[in-house]
Each structure stands twice: as C-alpha cells, then as structure tokens.
Design a protein around this ligand. Structure first.
Ligand code: ATR
Length: 499
C-alpha cells in the first residue's frame, strides 16, 4: 500500500460473507470496484492473526480492521428510545484483546469505538504505524452535536467516523448541515444509514466523507449498503466528487426505484459530471431546504409527492395545472419549475394504435394521482372514459372533476365494452404480485390492456388479459418514455448551470 492508494480510498468493501474463504474470494472478485477493504473481525469465522493475514494478502489495497460490538450493528441496535445497555465487561475486555492481538503489518487503519478504551491496542497501533479511526454508531437518529463529536475525535489525532441513522428528511438535513460545519476536518467518515441517509452512501463527498462502505452478496454490513458493482455501474462513484452535479428522485418509499439505472448511464454517456440519487422524503419543505443547500439541479417526483410538490415549486407547466400532478422538477434561473412527463410517457406506447385503430371507449381502473394523468391524457385524445375504483368516493371525485362516467369496482356492469383498459392502481405491484385490482372483470379478448406497473413486467391482471386473447402493454415502456423526457430537462438544467 502506498500513499496515493491511501489518498484515494473511496469505496470500502466490508467483508460480510459468512465463510472466511468467501471473503477472500469477494476481495478478488470485486478488486476492480473497490479501493479498500474492512475486515470485520466480529463477522469472521476464525478471529486469529492467521485469518487476518490471509485476508490482508488477498487485498491489494488499504485494509481497515474493526470488531463491532453487537449494539453497534443493525442486528443488535436497540429500538429507538430504548436504553443502551453497557457491554458485558468480560466480553468487552476479550473483544479489545483480540483486536490488539490480530493487529499486524499490512493493516492501514484500526477502528476503535469512541467510548472504548484500549491502551494496548493504541500502543501497538502506534508501533505499527496504523492510523486510528474513532467511531460512533447511532441507530437512533443523528447525534445532536455531530459537529462537536467530529471535532473532538479529530483533536485526539484520530479519524472521526460517525455512522448515524436519519429517520426523516429533517434529520437528513441536520446530518448534511452538521457536516458542513466541520468541512475543515478533511479526514473523516460520516455516513447516513437507512433510506433517509442513502444519498450519503452514493455521494459521500456531500458530507465530506473520505469513504463509503459497500458489501457483496445478501449479507449487508449496515442498512443502506449496496453492492460494489451497483455503486460503480449505477452510481459511477469513482468518477465523481465535489464538482459532480446532483439530480435525483424523491418519494416515500423510494429505494425500489429503477430510475437511477436509467438516468445515471444517460448522464455518463452524455459526458456530464452528474449523479442521480434516490432521496427518501417525508417532508417536502425540509427536502427543498436541503436541495437548495446541496445545489440539486433537478429531480423526479414519485408517490406520494406528485400533488404536494405543486405548492412547493415557483412555476408549473400548463399540464401540471390541468392534471394536478407533477413528476419533474428542475432548477431554472427564476426558481424551481414543475412539469409532467407522465402524460406524454403514458401515451407513447399507445400512439401507434391510437393512430391506426378506432378506439373510442376506455376503462380506467383507479382514481389516484396516476389515474388523473391517464384520464387527462385519454380525454385529450377524445376518448370516452369510465373510471372504476375500489372506493366509490374517489371514483366519483375524479369523474366529476374530469367529466367522465364512474363506477365502484363492485358495481361495474359486466355488459359494458371497452376497446382500451388501463390499470393505474398499485394492486399487483411487487411485492404483492398476486393482487388483482378488478378480479371480477371478464375480458372479451378484443381489448388493448395497458398496466402502468413495471415491476413485475407482466402483472397478474395482464396475464389474465393475455390469456383471454387481449393485446397487452406493460409499464416499462411508459417508465422509459417519461424518463427520456425528464432527462431532456435535466440536461438543459445541467447546461444552464454549467458555468
Ligand atoms: P397513485 O398516485 O399511484 O395513483 P394513490 O393516489 O395513492 O397513488 O392511488 C392509489 C390507487 O390505487 C387508488 O385508486 C386506490 O384505490 P382506493 O381509492 O380505493 O384506495 C387503488 N388501490 C390501491 N390498492 C388497491 C387494491 N389492492 N385493489 C384495488 N385498488 C387499489
């Protein structure tokens, strides 16, 4: 290991595989995707100097050594508000003794909890020229004096490491702001766990973090770890840094989104230094504060914010005004601008059939935000629409505002005929793939049936339609089409703010 390797240790693979042999294999398999490895002694089968030596030998990069206490891991973390029990003194003594025993040449950093004390370990580390990381793990939120903690630990000559668990958009903002206060502490590791902290894992420079942790396979080192390939192939971390412009998607939940897999490759193939990040958002005002401070240039909006976002932006497109839903926001010179690409994205896979065939009557299943967009798009094309929804109140509300017919799901007459059926509810979406939004509906076999769900590709409802002889359209074409239109706006925003 040389100095330049240490200066560039951004992607740290935490060795979490069950067997030590698999750990060595993972180091080799992912060598092109990592800059350093963390040996978690608590996750090693054998906690001997020989095991550690063999792991060091497999790694052609800096090595971090740690041995987590159970309460500092996701598995052992106390419930929020619960009292944190002290460790059993005998176990703790043994843990620190083992850590000191296996410390050896080839290790660059050893991680000792900020509240743990081990003169033996510190002495040996100094003798071996091993740098000390002093860590704090907080699963209950963001430490109120995070900046003070970082300063204190740095003043002791250690590299501060704070892994905390923001539980809301407000706490994510607290985390970001605290890190801004300690920008002068150049060597530090600060990461947010869980979905509200995920942005710090894929854009660690935002918190001034010198590295981010990743894990291979299903056994994750901490909440929010992604795999080495995903970090590189989806988020392109190694090419990014302080100059990288931030785009993203807001939603709650949001971690299932496929949008980063579309937008990030478009940014990189367009030669743009930008990253598209999922932000879990439970409070739009707090997110907007962070977006201003980070300098976010544009974002996609998904459930449940497509309506609420309208009051937060400075200007909206005519479509957003008419539909009452917004899925795209970009920063323009005069402020935030909201538009809707779902409408054109939804119509994209239908354009050819609407052109070539006579399609007059459509059944729209659902009465939420997505249904509003669909109803509006089809009305624009002159179709006669019937809305059907589980709860009659929402069906009626949508029908009255859009001037369509409506039925509650249970009362839809079986004799009605439609050339087009559009499914807009979340029924049938992963993980609840057995759900059918309209189980009593009998297909004639002549309808075109379009389900806007994209995961799975073919919902239970579409399978039923196909079996009846209908032509079917899945949601992935709409996903892609609306994303392409969004990306045009993101590119304009990127160019506008490029200077
Ligand atoms: P979106 O913006 O995705 O449309 P939404 O505004 O929350 O989300 O609306 C969800 C729609 O899916 C509603 O029409 C809802 O029906 P209700 O109004 O009766 O709640 C519908 N929906 C959700 N789960 C459903 C299920 N299991 N079966 C039938 N309809 C369902």
């Amino acid at each position: 290991m040389n100095q330049s390797q240490e200066d560039n240790m951004l992607r740290c693979l935490t060795l979490t595989a069950e067997r030590d042999e698999q750990k060595r294999e993972n180091i080799r398999r992912y060598s092109g995707f990592i800059d350093c490895v963390e040996i978690r002694l608590d996750l090693c089968e054998s906690k001997t100097p020989e095991t550690v030596r063999s792991l060091i030998a497999a790694a052609d990069c800096p090595v971090v050594l740690s041995c987590r206490r159970k309460r500092d891991t996701a598995a052992g973390a106390p419930d929020p508000g619960a009292e944190i029990l002290p460790d059993n003194p005998a176990d703790e003594k043994q843990r620190l003794a083992i850590l000191a025993e296996v410390l050896q040449p080839g290790i660059s950093f050893v991680d000792l909890e900020a509240d743990a004390d081990s003169p033996d370990l510190l002495r040996k580390a100094e003798a071996l020229n091993v740098r000390i990381i002093r860590s704090v793990h907080d699963f209950q939120g963001v430490p109120s004096d995070l900046a003070g903690l970082v300063k204190n630990l740095a003043a002791q000559g250690a590299i501060p490491k704070i892994a905390c668990f923001p539980r809301s958009s407000g706490e994510a903002l607290d985390l970001y702001r605290s890190c801004r206060k300690v920008e002068d502490v150049r060597e530090k590791i600060v990461l947010g766990m869980g979905p509200f902290g995920f942005f710090t894992r894929v854009a660690p420079w935002l918190c001034g973090s010198m590295l981010t942790f990743i894990s291979a396979g299903d056994r994750k080192g901490a909440p929010g770890h992604i795999g080495p390939r995903e970090l590189e192939e989806v988020y392109g971390l190694s090419g990014h840094g302080c100059e990288t412009r931030i785009f993203g998607i807001i939603g709650n939940p949001v971690m299932h989104t496929l949008s980063p897999r579309l937008h990030n490759p478009w940014f990189s193939s367009g030669g743009m230094n930008a990253v598209y990040v999922p932000f879990q958002v439970d409070d739009l005002a707090q997110f907007f504060r962070m977006a201003e401070e980070i300098g976010v240039l544009g974002f996609s909006v998904t459930v449940p914010h497509k309506q609420g976002i309208i009051d937060m932006v400075d200007e909206i497109s005519d479509d957003v005004r008419d539909i009452g839903a917004c899925n795209t926001v970009v920063r323009r010179e005069k402020g935030w601008f909201g538009s809707n690409t779902d409408l054109a994205g939804f119509l994209d896979p239908l354009e050819d059939v609407l052109e070539a065939e006579r399609i007059d009557r459509a059944l729209v299943i659902g009465a939420g935000g997505a249904a509003r967009t669909v109803v509006y798009a089809l009305k624009r094309r002159g179709l006669e629409i019937t809305v059907v929804n589980r709860s009659p109140e929402r069906a009626r509300a949508l029908a009255e505002s859009a001037g369509t017919g409506w039925f509650a799901s249970k009362t839809l007459p079986s004799l009605m005929e439609f050339e087009l059926v559009v499914q807009t509810t979340s029924a049938g979406m992963e993980p609840d793939i057995e759900a059918d939004p309209l189980p009593d509906f009998i297909f004639q076999g002549t309808e075109i049936v379009y389900d806007i769900i994209y995961a799975p590709e073919k919902t239970r409802f579409l399978q039923r339609a196909e079996a009846a002889g209908c032509r079917i359209i899945g949601g992935s074409r709409m996903l892609r089409a609306q994303a392409e239109l969004q990306f045009e706006q993101f590119r304009n925003s990127y160019n506008l703010w490029a200077e």
